[in-house]
Write a protein that binds this ligand. Structure first.
Ligand SMILES: C[S@@+](CC[C@H](N)C(=O)[O-])C[C@H]1O[C@@H](n2cnc3c(N)ncnc32)[C@H](O)[C@@H]1O
Length: 240
């Protein structure tokens, strides 16, 4: 897959962080899966189509979701004419405002978006995906963890919550209580930093079998927030 020589952050227009001009490692696996056989896939929080457009190029039919209609307009504009008939837009906040028929999807992808959901919304997202995917269908998820420079002062709180068995140890009600990092400027007030244990629990309780889960520093992570190689968690699971 061709990747740009220089990673570039693109500011979202709704305080939901940044999208990228570079396909990350998890999104690349999603695109490869799209190429394996004709697939219908949902891209949650698709932004300007960093994963949607390569997945269309790989031959898939794509349902692109985003809570920002402006982002989806841009995605549509950037999608080459020859792929437009395989692209469907699904505007709205996932999972609250989105509806899809049972078993209508083969794959779902959510890169850098599930850390904007509360614990309850994450459980609703897993239940939605269990409903919308066919048996054997897969989810591909990448999310932020507490192990980023931005959230370094929060790590002791997170680790002590993990030790106490709290169900949502990475939930931060007000990020500015824990950090003054300049990249907070384009984040919402609250964020839900995720980890392997939380993702496994939520999806396994909703009828998924975990295939892979690992920590990584995604290739397009800004240097100023790099910490120790565990900045992101990637998760792939199959609907049973
Ligand atoms: C940080 S960007 C990530 C974009 C892209 N997936 C990527 O990997 O670069 C997050 C995107 O998710 C969207 N978003 C945030 N919360 C959402 C939700 N609950 N439902 C749908 N989209 C959401 C934002 O509008 C934004 O476009």
């Amino acid at each position: 897959m061709n990747q740009p020589l220089h990673h570039r952050r693109i500011r979202t227009s709704n305080l939901k962080g940044w999208t990228s001009n570079t396909l990350n490692e998890l999104s690349e696996l999603f695109v490869k899966e799209c190429a394996r056989s004709p697939q219908t896939a949902l891209d949650i929080g698709a932004a300007h189509g960093i994963a949607t457009i390569p997945a269309l190029a790989a031959g898939a039919r794509l349902v692109a979701n985003d809570s920002s209609a402006e982002h989806l307009d841009k995605l549509k504009e950037l999608t080459p004419a020859e792929f437009q008939d395989r692209l469907e837009l699904l505007p709205g906040r996932f999972p609250r405002d989105t509806k899809l028929q049972a078993g209508s999807l083969d794959l779902a992808h959510a890169s850098n978006v599930f850390h904007f959901l509360t614990g309850r919304q994450l459980e609703q997202a897993a239940a939605f995906l269990e409903h919308a995917l066919r048996p054997g269908g897969k989810v591909f998820i990448l999310a932020a963890t507490p192990y980023m420079k931005t959230f370094e002062p929060f790590i002791p709180t997170y680790e002590s919550r993990v030790e106490q068995g709290e169900p949502w140890p990475g939930w931060i009600e007000n990020v500015r209580d824990h950090s003054t990092h300049r990249l907070l400027s384009n984040l919402p007030k609250s964020i839900h930093l995720l980890d392997e244990k939380v993702l496994r629990r939520v999806f396994e309780n909703s009828g998924f079998h975990t295939e892979q889960c690992w920590y990584l520093r995604r290739r397009d992570l800004p240097k100023s927030i790099a910490l120790d190689g565990r900045e992101n968690v990637a998760y792939i699971a199959r609907k049973i």
